[in-house]
Design a protein around this ligand. Sequence first.
Ligand code: OOG
Ligand code: MG
Length: 262
Amino acid sequence: MALNKETIEQLAIHLESAEMNRQEVTKITVEHPEMDWDDAYAIQNVVRAIKEKRGVKIAGLKMGLTSFAKMEQMGVKDPVMGFITDYGQVEDGGTCSTDSLIHPKVEAEIAFVTKSVLRGPDCTVEDVLAATDYVLPAIEVIDSRYRNFEFDLKSVIADNTSSARFVIGKTPCKVDGLDLVKQPVVMSKNGEVVATATGEAVLGNPVQSVAMLANMLARSGQEIPAGTLILTGGATAAVAVDKGDHVVVECEGIGSVSMRFA
Ligand code: OOG
Ligand code: MG
């Protein structure tokens, strides 16, 4: 670790307040170029602790920057992990207020719910499939607290990977018989298709994203508990949204999910 405890806490308060006050800020590596990966995740953990102290419940975990489209859009090379919250959940077909967000973008994702614990290192696709209860189509609304979404990997990890809101489908779908590699993912905005992909876009297979999450958590002795909701990462580049927009993500054979912005 390159940063001391006080600096980590101060940066976590800075980023968490930026989210709560809808205040965009400069990426933190500008002032702290020496920060390392452990510092970045330590800041994210303090952000989580601040929220939990306020009564926020953690709704699940997320992987980000797992697709080539997203990595290219954001100019980075490695996936990241973060958490999603109870206040971030919007019901399927529901409305998300943009008044509390800075510059929201939507992502089409496949979500997993586990039925048994997943523990790395060496967690495999087979392990994940055996531990999966069901999958669901999802929309993640990301909202970087950094001006113009300008960040590097360490800054975005500290900012809880731009996590803001999410919607999951209503109907659980078992994975047996599904081909998640060829799974079509189609995102429409106001009735027009704005992005399409197949599951393969997400690390070759969205299942791989869950395995990677377990293996990343294992580095700090953590695991994915049974019953965890996991967003596996946008399959396409993210699309900016504004008041009045209606977004639908359709995953043929799994179902669809939608939300409106107001
Ligand atoms: C970081 C979060 C990316 C995803 O699904 O790739 C993410 C960002 O692009 O702001 O959630
Ligand atoms: Mg995402």
